[in-house]
Design a protein around this ligand. Structure first.
Ligand SMILES: [Zn+2]
Length: 203
């Protein structure tokens, strides 16, 4: 239960909240508390009751009925709840958990895809790329080892380069420091100069 709650809070704050107005966010939490936290996905409540429960707010003005209606409609439009039938006890609202809301689902999918493409953070996948490049720096051709091998973002992260397989190249420390933040074209003169100097030292 606690674990579920933490996930709900995380998804709410990280993904859903930016899509809602502050009042919609507060209304959503209010509905969540009165549905899922009472072990039901639904709540039957009158708008007047909501307005009363919401109290007077910071400016001492009682929450207005029309405002409550707008918030509920706004939340329905954004897929956070479904408005059902009305009877004497009020209107039936089906409250969706963050992970059930279409716009949250879409964003979660994007996050997952990004994670799947990530060859930069996971040590095993990094190794896979070093193997692919035969443990050789793609700029100077020097051998690299487990200790000094780095991965260079061909298109730098600062310019939108991703952690994808094709954007990552095995690179030695020195070349990576020179290439850092630059495109290959921008870095080429520095890389060539440094490589020339390093080769001369070897001779
Ligand atoms: Zn190098």
């Amino acid at each position: 239960m606690i674990r579920d709650l933490l996930k709900i809070i995380e998804q709410f704050v990280d993904i859903l909240m930016p899509e809602l107005t502050p009042y919609e966010a507060a209304m959503y939490i209010f509905l969540l508390r009165n549905s899922h936290l009472k072990n039901s996905s639904e709540i039957r409540i009158g708008k007047r009751t909501i307005a009363e429960k919401w109290g007077t707010g910071a400016r001492g003005k009682r929450t207005n009925y029309a405002h409550v209606t707008d918030l509920l409609k706004g939340l329905e439009k954004k897929g956070c709840l479904k408005i059902g039938d009305v009877n004497r006890e009020g209107t039936l609202y089906k409250v969706l958990l963050p992970e059930e809301i279409p716009l949250v689902k879409e964003k979660l999918l994007v996050v997952q895809e990004t994670r799947e493409e990530d060859y930069f953070t996971d040590p095993e996948r990094r190794r896979e790329l070093f193997e692919r490049d035969k443990w050789v720096c793609c700029y100077c051709g020097d051998k690299v080892t487990e200790k000094n091998a780095t991965l260079d973002h061909l298109n730098p992260q600062s310019k939108g380069g991703k952690h994808t397989k094709n954007n990552l190249k095995t690179c030695c420390f020195v070349c990576n420091a020179l290439k850092s933040g630059k495109t290959y074209e921008e870095a080429a003169p520095f890389l060539l100069k440094s490589i020339r100097e390093r080769k001369q030292k070897e001779v």
